[in-house]
Design a protein around this ligand. Structure first.
Ligand code: PLP
Length: 406
């Protein structure tokens, strides 16, 4: 099947704008993605015609709004094939989801001397909440290292798993290296020791088809704004039996059953974890984005993005003195690189003036930078609306950088 990227680009209004008189070439999709007209329209229509707080009113708009919110939950459930909507909790994003799990799971299941296994390629969002929890509980973090290609070393993982391990939390796909981790195998080995696993899918669901039941993940999290949806909405998937046993993370309206000054009883799942007025318009936008992705087809997206990755890798490798970090055979369309003797900020600023948006810095992955003994990289993270023509512009821009600073 031919992937009609020009047709897809027409759905994304921002892609036709100019930056410094150049057409925008947006390669910062790992940080956040642009929004299709369909999502923008859903949000606009919601504010213009449907806005009302959910779960609280018996009037028409409130009931209608509640219906849209719960339908969005069903869409999110279907997208990752969770068994039940009770397992889908809306949060503010992947960070909100991981903080919820680290606090709540930690409160219930982690004690002094216990261990949590993370990997060396985790985003800070999947490190810091666990550090905070471990400090509170007197537990310890153990780290799975990665090799020079950017692949997790499973033999080292095996050695870390022990009777002290209470949870394993790893990223599905690295936001700096692009590596697709063998999460099914990671989960299988943890389950053999009766240890639950959290998978951080912030860089995965927009690139790969995800089935949480097939993976047998205990928790799976992602952010809306990285899947073409509005900012401020995210998903926490958790197996119902685990969520049932876990205490709420935040208290407030909607998450309660009955409140007196002496005692509060909590609402049932999934509402127990949704305190306060939730981002119901964000949830509607998320559902619209997930429907959009499903319409394009996640397998077509994966195939097209893979062809972009191959093309971009070939072009970048032909730039003299350019080194790519992350060369795992299983990888998505993320390219982190450095140019010999050139500071990433200098390169990033030149590219910016050419209308090319790429990321510079540590990408919230300081341990990855420490591994390579570098202070940061340039990162081009490609989405299914990017083109080989734009990659050619990136290549030309890098040659210009080389001329100026090399
Ligand atoms: N995990 C990974 C792998 C990420 O790439 C990111 C964001 O870049 C996050 C977690 C945090 O996502 P958010 O800032 O949307 O909560």
């Amino acid at each position: 099947m031919i992937f009609d990227v020009e047709k897809i680009r027409q759905d994304f209004p921002i892609l036709s704008r100019k930056v410094y008189d150049h057409p925008l070439a947006y390669f910062d999709n790992g940080a956040t993605t642009q929004k299709p007209r369909q999502v923008i329209e859903t949000v606009r229509k919601y504010y213009e015609e449907e806005n009302s707080s959910i779960h609280r009113g018996i009037h028409y708009l409130s009931e209608h709004s509640t219906g849209i919110y719960e339908k969005a939950r069903e869409t999110a459930r279907g997208f990752i094939n969770a068994a039940s909507t009770n397992e889908i909790i809306f949060t503010s994003g992947a960070t909100g989801s991981i903080n919820t799990i680290a606090f709540s799971f930690g409160e219930k299941f982690i004690s002094k001397g216990d261990e949590v296994i993370l990997s060396e390629m985790e985003h800070h969002a999947n490190i810091v909440p666990w550090q905070m929890m471990c400090k509170r509980k007197g537990a310890k973090i153990k780290v799975i290292p990665f090799n020079e290609k950017g692949e997790l070393i499973l033999e080292e993982y095996e050695k870390l798993l022990s009777t002290k391990t209470r949870i394993v939390a790893v990223t599905h796909i690295s936001n700096t290296l692009g590596t697709i981790n063998p999460v099914r195998e990671i989960i299988r080995r943890a389950h053999a020791m009766n240890v639950p696993v959290l998978i951080d899918g912030a860089q995965a669901v927009q690139h790969e088809s995800v089935d949480v039941q097939e993976l047998d993940a205990d928790f799976y999290v992602f952010s809306g704004h990285k899947v073409y949806a509005p900012n401020g909405i995210g998903v926490l998937y958790g197996k119902e039996a685990l969520l049932y046993d876990m205490p709420p993370y935040q208290g407030g309206g909607d998450m309660i059953d009955c409140v007196t000054f002496e005692k509060t009883t909590y609402n049932e799942l999934p509402f127990k974890f949704e305190a306060g007025t939730m981002n119901y318009i964000g949830a509607a936008g998320l559902a619209s984005a997930l429907d959009y992705i499903s319409g394009v087809g996640i397998d077509s997206i994966r195939e097209y993005e893979h062809s972009l990755l191959e093309y971009a890798t070939m072009k970048l490798m032909s730039v003299p003195g350019l080194q790519i970090y992350g060369s795992a055979p299983e990888k998505i369309s993320i390219l982190s690189f450095l140019m010999e003797g050139i500071h990433p900020y200098d390169a990033g600023m030149v590219l910016d003036k050419l209308g090319i948006a790429i990321r510079t810095g540590t990408h919230c992955n300081q341990p990855v930078m420490d591994h390579f003994k570098i202070t940061g990289t340039l990162r081009a993270s490609l989405a299914f609306y990017n083109t080989t023509r734009e990659i050619d512009r990136l290549y030309d821009g890098l040659l210009r950088v080389l001329k100026m600073f090399g």
